[in-house]
Every structure is written in structure tokens, then in C-alpha cells.
Design a protein around this ligand. Structure first.
Ligand code: DSN
Length: 430
């Protein structure tokens, strides 16, 4: 449906969408798990494929009329397998959390005595679904958590090995949402072998880096790999599971009929388009540029006097300790938002503050790199970030930064935004 059709049917909704387009266009998106889908991905996600039910898998469906849906899903699967070198791919998970739950269900037989999972704790940079206490994953399975080293804040593989040998999990989980360093998947595989566990790697944050060769791949090492499709991979909101051949049947059964009903065919098509884009040499360049930009931004933030967890980054994200700039994480994130810098407050390892107002702010470069910003822009970006945090009570200073950012963003339209570009909101006219 085109936007003019929305305007006719539902002007109230169209108004909000128009305002959101303008907000996204004129502000700097620094949330490391977000990105801008291309026009082709957005178009695929908005097609009439949404009208079709397709419970089951290609050629084994529970509804007729799958003549075009089957090849669409098969193309998405073939591209996922070839891009990541996987034996098997399931492209139906609605997103990352259901993908992880399906993976556990497939990897841990329901009558097995060992229902233990061991993953990185949320405060140390893990995800809720890696067994954190408020997640359903800790209700369905017996969850244990490892952390990071108390001094370096790096993964300590010897400590993880010792804990794994004690816990003897059925599934060892690796992957993170707020860990600024490379993950050694081969070491995790070694530990899993030693303690008799299967290895699940959640590569949601770094899938685009892996696809583009800017981070080592978990696929050769893990039994099962889960991912979302909308972060560094720059596709639609969705999920995928890749696995070794011997887990294929169990994974497919766990997704459907185990956990989900009909796949979202419009999303499957958009994933296929995104995977085609991710096969290009431009995408490889993009993936490496994300890391180059993150490292340049980290260096510039250090120069501005900020403390960074682990002292820097070798992936797409930076965990800034806002207390080093005189603010809590929430104060910093709010001030940055007013100044046109969109980030999120986040715990730092061993954070003495509460998760609702922790010490850190999580900052990433995938989105600004999609807009074409390079390392030359990073010192200016760091200056805006630190000015916003340090001047959080100075409305004029925050408005000045917002105007300067809008000036720069206007020169770098995001993927997916086609002319005519959104009108600049009056508060950003300076
Ligand atoms: N919500 C995602 C993130 O921001 O990291 C993880 O699912």
C-alpha cells in the first residue's frame, strides 16, 4: 500500500509515519542493533505476500496456492546457506527471541534429564533469551550464566571452561548484545566439546559483519547459529536459524509446528532480497567500514576523556561509561536524544547502578555507516556525543548540536529513503 493510500484511509497514522520519517532522516542513529533497510527490502516487506498463509515448509504445506511462495522461501534458504556456508537454514522465525527458543527446544529433547543451558548474563552483555532470570528461557530450561573478567571485562575462556565443566549444560550459548570485542567461536566449540554440550551461537548483532568478512564466523564451529535479519545484516525485522545437517529436522520441527504458525511470507521475501544485497562486494566494504568507523569513534571518544568498557572496540559497538563524563547512562541517553543522537542506556559489567538507570550508553556505527559516514566524521560525532552528555542541562547547547547534526544528516540520506526527502522539523532549523 502506498503512503497516499494510508493518508486516505488513516490520516492520523500517516501523520505519525511522516513525523517518524522526518525524525529518522534528521537525527543520528547510534543504536547498534538498528539499521536502515534498503528500498528493495522495504518494498518486498510491503507486498501482497502478506495475504498468504503457508504453514509448513516448501512442498509440504497445509494450504494450497503456494506456487510462488515455495520458490520465494527456497531462494531465501539457498541464499542464507550460501552466504554463511551453512548446511541448513530455516528462515521462518519471527525474530531473534523465538529463534533462540526454537533452537533450545530442538537441541534439548523434552524427556532428557539434562535441561541446562549456560549463556552470558544480561549485565555482562548477553541477551535476555540466553537464560536471564526474567526470560521465559529460564522457566522452560534450567539456566546458568557466565560473566566477563572483573578487571578487563573481556570473556575469560578459562573461567567459562571451568564453569561449563561444573554445570555440564546441554547447550552452551555464545553471542552478545553489548560486548565490544570479537568472540572466539572456536574456543567456545572446544569448551562445548569438553563438557559434552551442544554449542548455540547467537550472531544477531554481528551477522552483517560475519557476512561481509569483518568478524570470524560462528558457522563452522557451532551446532546451531541463530540471528535476527535487521541489525548489521540490514534486512527486514525477522530471524533465521542456521545449523549442521544433523540438527535440520529438529530445528524445522521446533520452529513449525513447535513454536510458530504460518511464516510471514512478505518478511521471507524481504530477507531474500537482503541476503542478495549482502552477497555483493559493496556489502563487504560496508561491513569493514562499520568496524573502521567504530574504532575511529572509540579513539575520538577516548580523546574527549570518555571511559570505554574494554578500552575500545573491534566490532560495531562501543559501551561508554557515562559516569566518566559526569552523567548516569539514562541522563546521557536522554540528553543525546534531545541533541539528535539516538542511543540507549545500558549496564556496564559489574554495574553498581540499577538496570533502569545504569552507568553506560551503548553506541554503534552500523546505521551511520549505511548513510555513508566515514572515519573522517567520527571526531565530530564524538565531540557532539560528549558535548551533549556534559551539557545535558543546557537546552541551548543541545539545540545547537541537534541543528548541526540535522545539517550533516541532510547530506547523507539513509538507504530506503527516496526523494522527495522528509521536511525538516522546525526545531531542527536552528
Ligand atoms: N533488542 C536487541 C538489542 O538492542 O540488542 C537485542 O535483541
Amino acid at each position: 500500500m502506498s503512503q497516499s493510500a494510508i493518508a486516505v484511509v488513516d490520516p492520523e497514522l500517516q501523520n505519525l509515519i511522516t513525523k517518524e520519517e522526518s525524525r529518522q532522516f534528521y537525527t543520528a542513529k547510534l543504536i547498534p542493533s538498528e539499521n536502515y533497510a534498503s528500498a528493495a527490502v522495504l518494498q518486498a516487506a510491503g507486498t501482497i505476500l502478506t495475504n498468504k498463509y503457508s504453514e509448513g515448509y516448501a512442498r509440504k504445506r497445509y494450504y494450497e496456492g503456494q506456487q510462488n511462495i515455495d520458490p520465494i522461501e527456497e531462494i531465501a534458504i539457498a541464499r542464507a546457506k550460501s552466504l554463511f556456508g551453512a548446511d541448513h537454514a530455516n528462515v521462518q522465525p519471527y525474530s531473534g527471541s523465538p529463534a533462540n527458543l526454537a533452537a533450545y527446544c530442538a537441541m534439548i529433547p523434552k524427556d532428557s534429564e539434562n535441561q541446562r543451558i549456560l549463556g552470558l548474563g544480561l549485565p555482562a552483555g548477553g541477551h535476555l533469551t540466553h537464560g536471564w532470570k526474567v526470560s521465559i528461557t529460564s522457566r522452560f530450561f534450567q539456566a546458568f550464566q557466565y560473566g566477563v573478567d572483573p578487571v578487563t571485562h573481556l570473556l575469560d575462556y578459562d573461567a567459562i571452561r571451568a564453569q561449563a565443566m561444573q554445570v555440564r549444560p546441554a547447550v552452551l550459548v555464545c553471542g552478545a548484545t553489548a560486548y565490544p570485542r570479537q568472540i572466539d567461536f572456536s574456543k567456545f566449540a572446544e569448551i562445548a566439546r569438553e563438557c559434552g554440550a551442544l554449542l548455540l551461537a547467537d550472531m544477531a548483532h554481528i551477522a552483517g559483519l560475519v557476512a561481509g568478512g569483518a568478524h570470524p564466523s560462528p558457522v563452522p564451529h557451532a551446532d546451531v547459529v541463530t540471528t535476527t535479519t535487521h541489525k548489521t545484516l540490514r534486512g527486514p525485522r525477522g530471524g533465521m536459524i542456521l545449523c549442521k545437517a544433523q540438527h535440520a529436522v529438529a530445528i524445522d520441527k521446533a520452529v513449525f509446528p513447535g513454536l510458530q504458525g504460518g511464516p510471514h511470507n512478505q518478511t521471507t521475501a524481504a530477507i531474500a532480497v537482503a541476503l542478495r544485497e549482502a552477497q555483493t562486494s559493496e556489502f563487504r566494504t560496508y561491513a569493514h567500514q562499520i568496524v573502521t568507523n567504530a574504532q575511529a569513534l572509540a579513539q575520538a571518544l577516548l580523546t574527549q576523556g570518555a571511559r570505554l568498557v574494554t578500552g575500545g572496540t573491534d566490532n560495531h559497538l562501543i559501551l561508554l561509561d557515562a559516569t566518566s563524563l559526569g552523567a548516569t547512562g539514562k541522563q546521557a541517553a536522554k540528553a543525546m536524544d534531545i541533541a539528535g543522537l539516538e542511543a540507549n542506556f545500558n549496564s556496564v559489567p559489574f554495574d553498581p547502578r540499577s538496570p533502569f538507570d545504569p552507568s553506560g550508553v551503548r553506541i554503534g556505527t552500523p546505521s551511520l555507516t549505511s548513510r555513508g559516514l566515514t572515519k573522517a566524521h567520527m571526531p565530530q560525532l564524538a565531540a557532539w556525543i560528549t558535548t551533549a552528555i556534559r551539557s545535558r542541562d543546557d537546552a541551548a547547547a543541545l539545540a545547537r548540536v541537534r541543528g548541526e547534526i540535522a545539517d550533516l544528516m541532510a547530506q547523507f540520506p539513509p538507504p530506503g529513503f527516496l526523494p522527495p526527502y522528509p521536511t525538516r522539523p522546525s526545531q531542527e532549523l536552528g
